[in-house]
Design a protein around this ligand. Structure first.
Ligand SMILES: O=C[C@H](O)COP(=O)(O)O
Length: 252
């Protein structure tokens, strides 16, 4: 049985004061009791990892972890501005998002680079959250499954059995930050397609991999999405910035 995993992604938002309020509010809310068997995390901007690590450790909830939003594809070296997976590990991260569509769009990341990043994250004992998803044009021209299959195939080619220790986040680009959530059935259909594709490679990997949905998840649509058999949780952007909304989604 795969656990439900809900991960907030603050993207490039936050400051020292608001981060502290957020973590303290979420911890207080979670201390009141959460549905059993779930895992939660928040992926914060790199400069705030140490701060948020200390705040999360202070509340010592075994089911709440810290995550990062990207890692270098290299272990160390002359890569100005990049952050190595080993550094993220030292700062308390359990999860690292790789290949978010905003990294693909603004930093021209390729599937091959994303797979190398995932390997670095795995080699340092953390869980990569590998993002895939199609654009509105690709869906409108009926190519959504083909596009996502090609992204997944490139991950399989590099990661092989190690995919069993990764999470995949299906995030249709047309649903990110737009308020246009994929219907639960549209999301389920793509999650199913991803799982079937993984099963073509290895049935054991397919049954173990958690596939999260991301794209305009809100407290009022989370229950229906998370009830789908192949949706194993969510990657939450905008709604994770509000501690009460994030808590409500975690409790959905
Ligand atoms: O990483 C999160 C996704 O990009 C979803 O963002 P959103 O919830 O603001 O649509």
């Amino acid at each position: 049985m795969r656990p439900l995993i809900i991960i907030g992604n603050w993207k490039m938002h936050g400051n020292l004061a608001s981060n502290s309020d957020w973590v303290k509010t979420v911890c207080r809310g979670m201390e009141q009791g959460m549905p059993a068997g779930r895992q939660y995390a928040v992926c914060v901007p790199s400069p705030y990892l140490a701060q948020c690590d200390a705040l999360i450790k202070d509340c010592s909830l075994a089911f709440l972890s810290l995550g990062a939003q990207d890692a270098s594809a290299f272990a160390a070296g002359a890569y100005t501005g990049d952050v190595a997976a080993s550094m993220l590990k030292e700062l308390g991260c359990a999860y690292v998002i790789v290949g978010h569509s905003e990294r693909r769009q603004f930093h021209y990341e390729t599937d091959e680079q994303i797979a190398e990043k995932a390997l670095q994250v795995l080699d340092n004992g953390m869980t990569p959250v590998i993002c895939v998803g199609e654009s509105a044009d690709e869906r409108n021209s009926g190519r959504e499954v083909e596009v996502v299959r090609s992204q997944i195939a490139r991950q399989v080619a590099v990661l092989q059995d190690r995919l069993a220790d990764c999470l995949i986040a299906y995030e249709p680009l047309w649903a990110i930050g737009t308020g246009k959530v994929a219907s639960a059935q549209v999301a389920q259909d793509m999650h199913r397609a991803i799982r079937l594709q993984l099963a073509e490679f290895n049935e054991d990997v397919a049954s173990h991999v958690g596939i999260l949905y991301g794209g305009s998840v809100k407290p009022d649509n989370a229950v229906e999405l998370f009830a789908m058999p192949d949706i194993d949780g969510g990657l939450i952007g905008g709604a994770s910035l509000n501690s009460q909304d994030f808590l409500a989604i975690c409790q959905a």
